[in-house]
Design a protein around this ligand. Structure first.
Ligand code: PRX
Length: 643
């Protein structure tokens, strides 16, 4: 959810965090890696010398119905078009092509419901379900190019619906199952959805959330009215069905044939719209298309996660988030891998749910978020020890800066100091992982390492000039990449203005980062969250990282509050670890600790100990809410905020 930083006078940041630890890959990791250091070096050289040939080679690993005329049409930047003229459908690569291979009978999906029920689907079974539902959608009148909103939690039917919609050339738009009626209505309106797919209810944290009811409430708010609503059974709660508009999924698919060809799409036809909640007002629909997205996601999934047919891969992200799209559904399915899905709350019924799930299915690759890791650290290292986690061979993180302490904890207590820990940086807009180590890379805790081959990222000042090593600046992407957003739905001007106008010719990520002498990138948070303390610009992420490195701190959010003398001072909102109480001695100790860790500039003003921090459902701390409250300002749109 990249927000646009309002910082035309942006000057370089000071970096306070200095991390010296280095982890080299084990010899056995190096020997087994799909992409060896030599191959990686060669890929970088190739991508640098001829980026288009590099991406063309990636495209050739996939199946197309007709070859592209050109790899990249860059005639009218920033409206780049990848593989124009190419004919394809991402679903063909995710499903149909596996049916002709040994992958046919492999598990595509292992799904676990919050109450503990489990369902598995082989590629062939998933294929048949998708075809049936694709035919049902056609029977309902859904056509190529139509938008279909999926208001669903992580269920097998959600994957089936995504693929069915895409298979017939329609456009899916997932809306978080935690969003309110108003947020849902805004998204249905903006997308002008012809159809909405939902469930009767689902399980979250021991309760049943009645989604169909929320949808009914949303539709009563007026605005654009979808022609049809499809409801899947999940929690078996009573729902009202409106004659002629609402249909049960199970009844629709019963009579449909399990064969359905893929609609032949142009590379640049829309695949999905995914809304990110902007700081203010109107939701922003990020558009991704079939061709470039499938190439970027397929290549990065295989390279970063080093996937092989025996892997059981679990990405804990909700399907309604870009990570769920790219790396729980499309990436793993295109690779013919087995992907694990979980419906509910990660700490339900108790804090070891994540660990027990890994043990139950023999998960080999875990891709998760820092907030969950920090939460689980609070419960100590004994909890994971009760479970057999020996199947794990790779760990991944995404969504927020993974502070070195959490990195080292995860690496040591979950990864047995053997599993490479891949901190991957990317965004809804980038569609695919952009900056990340590969399993054979040298790792530094807290660093996302280097841009992947084919990605040209840099750290610059407001004029677009590179900042010196170890100074922070704006992270920009300097050349187009295949899975890049095609634009903002129905708002081309906003696309140009928010992403391409601040630094001419470069894509503005909205994040701040520093590059060290080895070219490794260290994320410092959002540009909007930079603090200016006595003339020093400091990324919120560094101050937070400094705080959570103290054993009493489980989580922290830091925002700048106005100060007559220093311009701004840092205010910290701290969640304490088990067994600690807020006390003046502890506050003093934490302030001293921060100065010890980060130096004398890291002056903390007030400290608060709230019961929880405002977070998005995807686990990101929403600092702007804390900041607005401190300044007595309007909070703006809070539809994406869970707690
Ligand atoms: O601020 C960065 C942070 O998450 C933002 C993108 O959020 P979203 O579009 O919701 O997508 C999240 C999953 C791809 C970025 O602008 N972010 C993401 N990954 C990292 C990160 N910050 C630090 N380190 C990361 N690895």
């Amino acid at each position: 959810m990249a927000e646009h930083p309002d910082t035309p006078d942006f000057a370089p940041l000071d970096s306070l965090l200095h991390e010296e630890r280095v982890f080299r890959p084990l010899p056995e990791t190096l020997a087994a890696a799909l992409v060896s250091p030599a191959r990686l070096r060669q890929a970088r050289e190739q991508a640098e010398a001829d980026p288009l040939a590099f991406w063309e080679e990636a495209a050739e690993e996939l199946d197309w119905f007709g070859r592209w005329d050109q790899v990249l049409d860059d005639a009218s930047p920033p409206f780049y078009r990848w593989f124009p003229g190419g004919r394809c459908n991402i679903v063909y690569n995710a499903l149909d092509r596996h049916i002709q291979t040994a992958a046919k009978n492999r598990l595509a999906l292992i799904w676990e419901g919050e109450p503990g029920d489990c369902r598995t689907l082989t590629y062939y079974e998933l294929f048949r379900h998708v075809n049936r539902f694709a035919n049902a959608l056609k029977s309902l009148g859904v056509r190529k190019g139509d938008r279909v909103v999926l208001y669903m939690p992580s269920l097998p039917e959600t994957v089936i619906a995504m693929l069915a919609v895409a298979k017939i050339g329609a456009v899916h738009s997932l809306v978080f199952a935690g969003y309110s009626a108003k947020a849902l209505k805004d998204r249905i309106d903006d997308a002008r959805a012809v159809c909405v797919i939902t469930v009767d209810g689902f399980y979250r944290n021991g309760r049943v959330l009645q989604l169909k009811q929320v949808l009914d409430d949303a539709l009563l708010l007026g605005g654009h009215a979808p022609e049809t609503v499809v409801v899947c059974h999940r929690a078996h709660v009573d729902v009202e069905m409106q004659d002629g508009r609402d249909y049960w999924y199970e009844e629709l698919v019963r009579a449909e044939r399990p064969q359905c060809p893929c609609e032949v799409m142009d590379s640049n036809d829309m695949l999905f719209v995914l809304y990110t909640s902007g700081a203010t007002g109107k939701p922003k629909g990020i558009v991704h298309t079939h061709g470039g997205y499938m190439v970027g996601v397929s290549r990065t999934f295989r390279w970063v996660f080093d996937i092989n047919p025996t892997d059981i891969y679990w990405c804990t992200a909700d399907l309604g988030w870009i990570t769920g799209h790219s790396y729980a559904v499309y990436g793993p399915l295109m690779a013919g891998a087995t992907t694990v899905l979980y419906e509910g709350h990660p700490l339900y019924p108790q804090a070891d749910r994540l660990w027990s799930t890994i043990a139950r299915y023999g998960v080999t690759i875990l891709y998760t978020v820092p907030t969950l890791i920090r939460m689980l650290m609070r419960f100590g290292k004994e909890l994971p020890r009760k479970h057999d986690l020996s199947t794990l061979r790779l760990l991944g993180s995404v969504g927020e800066p993974l502070n070195p302490e959490a990195w080292v904890w995860l690496h040591k207590h979950i990864g047995r100091q053997q599993c490479p820990l891949l901190d991957t940086w990317w965004q809804t807009e980038t569609g695919m992982i952009m900056v990340s180590p590969l399993p054979a890379s040298l790792l530094k805790p807290g660093s996302v390492t280097r841009p992947l081959p084919g990605i040209v990222a840099d750290v610059v000042d407001a004029a677009g000039a590179p900042v010196p090593p170890d100074k922070g600046g704006l992270l920009v992407i300097k050349t187009p990449w295949p899975a890049m957003l095609a634009g903002i739905y129905n708002d081309p001007d906003r696309y140009v203005e928010e992403y391409w106008s601040v630094i001419p010719g470069a894509y503005l990520t909205g994040d701040v980062a520093r590059k060290d002498e080895d070219g490794y990138l260290w994320m410092q948070g959002r540009a909007d969250d930079v603090l200016v303390i006595a003339g020093h610009r400091i990324g919120a992420a560094e101050l937070e990282s400094g705080l959570v490195s103290h054993k009493a701190v489980a989580e922290a959010a830091v925002v700048g509050v106005p100060d007559a003398i220093r311009g701004e001072v840092a205010k910290a909102f701290v969640i304490l670890a088990e067994g600690y109480e807020p006390a003046s001695a502890l506050i003093k100790e934490l302030k001293a600790h921060l100065k010890r860790e980060l130096g004398p500039v890291a002056v903390l003003g007030a400290m608060e100990f709230p019961a929880s921090l405002p977070k998005t459902r995807s686990g990101k701390i929403v600092r702007r809410i804390l900041k607005a409250r401190e300044r007595g300002e309007e909070v703006g749109d809070v539809t994406g905020v869970e707690e």
